[in-house]
Design a protein. Sequence first.
Length: 193
Amino acid sequence: MANDRPGLRKGTLAALAGLTSAALLLTAVPLEESGRRVAVDIEVDGTARVRHVSGPQYLAAYRDIAGIPTACDGLTARVRMGLRYTEAQCGAMLEAELVRHADGVMRCTPGLALAIPGRDHARAAAISLAYNIGVGGWCGSTAARRINAGQIRAGCDAMLAWDKARVGGVLRPVKGLTARRQRERTLCLKDAA
């Protein structure tokens, strides 16, 4: 299959999600999360090298719109206020979090299996959404159920529902999330026949 390459190291994003999806994710997530552009090289064994090209880098922890300590490209796991990271740490943490999310998405969404041709964009969109809402949110979503039923277009459309955040104790649509869901839907629809 064109998306697989012999010799990919188990546990890499490329091995879990495929080469195309990995490259899409490693460039799209930094752009979505922090507005920065990166260059990505995927080595023969599947390991990724992410290099900052332009845009803001959030190497120091900050609070996101919901007040959650965040750093780098939207990372929240083990981030505490006052912590600072290097560019290399941010790149490694991004890939590790994408691997964790890709693993969860692939486990609960057999409709995105690497063995099914033409699912690279839908797979990348699903993992991007899960990176933002969590694997549990993705796995329990209408979008995942529809993709598993082979209804790719309907699954892509269902991603639009995830445009809300709890701000000041109230769950409300957030302009930035609405725009992100539109972009993920557009990416996903590239695989809808």
